[in-house]
Design a protein around this ligand. Sequence first.
Ligand code: UDX
Length: 478
Amino acid sequence: MEEKAGRRVVLVPVPAQGHINPMMQLGIALHLKGFSITVALTELNHLTSPWEDFPDFQFVTIMGGLSESEFKKLGPVEFLIKLNDMCESSFKDCLGQLLQQKQGNDIACVIYDEYMHFAEAAAKDFNFPSVIFSTTNATAFVCRFLLGRFKENWFLALLKGTSGFSVSDLHKSLNSCRAVSMVLFFIEPGEQDKLVPEFHPLRYKDLPTSAFAPLESSLKLYTNVVNKGTASAVIINTASCLESSSLSRLEQDLQAPVYPIGPLHKAASASCSLLEEDRSCIEWLNKQKPSSVIYISLGSLALMEHKEVVEMAWGLANSNQPFLWVIRPGSIPGSEWTESLPEEFGRIVSERGHIVKWAPQKEVLSHSAVGCFWSHCGWNSTLESIGEGVPLICRPFSGDQRVNARYLDRIWRVGIQLEGELERGDVEKALRRLMADEEGVVMKKRALCLKEGVEASVRHGGSSHNSLNEFVDFIKGL
Ligand code: UDX
């Protein structure tokens, strides 16, 4: 542990696996720098007994949050909007209680997940500095920031044709505004496949809007994030070797210091799986040939259509490769687990497949038997795959995953994105390109180079390592 900074940082994560993981990794990284850590969890936090896994951290509960059933009913976007409305005053109570205790006197700052902006308003009341932590990448952050700058009412009026002016008026009056060109695709049909100006290689259809909610709700959430955001700085779980131009652009747009300190899982490991990991898959992997297995996982939230699952299953079966497939219970609507898979597929699985409900993913990706990762391209999965030099089949589902998939395919060139309606023949072809053809060999080499790059960035003297130190100096000086 480095010199004791002795001050306390309060962390406010979104209660979801893809956000809790990086926030807890950040907590460990800051604890290693000598900070005391308080984690403020909403009542719905999914972590059963976090104090056992993080004995050095203090945990407090933000009362009055929403329940699991409300999360299911509302979906993630509406849930976050409501959670922000409900939690500000209870979080103020939490900070007030901390102040009454010894620990509260020395709060250096409140670090909140970008989507938990209620924390900033509460921190302001106590004159605590606040810092945004973005658990997605810088490029998606820039896109959300620009989309969020639209005044929601004005934008909706435009969508409904009641604003009194047309798209071309808008073009004329706001020609220089990048955000305008971004939203035009919502209005003008046939724009989806075109490149967004100044955002190469993103197309309009790659912009990070949510599959879980109507467009209006995504924009409302982004607008709230932008409007409420007067944080002192932004930290982001990415490395400058992955997206240096988006990072510079972000710094320019935000006019606040931006600290890329990732990939955090390489700098600080934290075990905070919300579901029980089935370790039988490691024993199964131990019996497979090197680089032969296709690992399939779509993260903690994505849903699969029944028709798509059947095409995936037959594509996998016809590829003749062994595969390890994580199917979360409930992720195929209308099915409890795997009962909707074709019966004949079951026979193939018993020969060369293994299906689990949840896997120790980082361990799986670092296993020598794994040859490729079929992913929904959540940012954590993306970083974890890059961090192990594993090439990907990219099938994004929602939000930032589309940006990540496009970067994996077009910028870092370590993935093949499958687009449009999924067909077993296309699945089989893509798997062959990656697992058997020369193209796959070249892609694997690039993936190993990228792995070296991100590992170097978190090592002593690397860009993310330095950025974390600069951030520590920054908060010590607040
Ligand atoms: C969500 C968003 O969907 C994602 O796009 C955003 O970047 C973060 O929040 P999620 O969909 O769960 O996250 O995907 P991802 O970011 O990949 O995070 C999933 C995490 O769960 C990863 O850290 C992964 O290692 C872990 N995981 C996944 C397991 O531990 N076991 C599994 O079987 C599957």
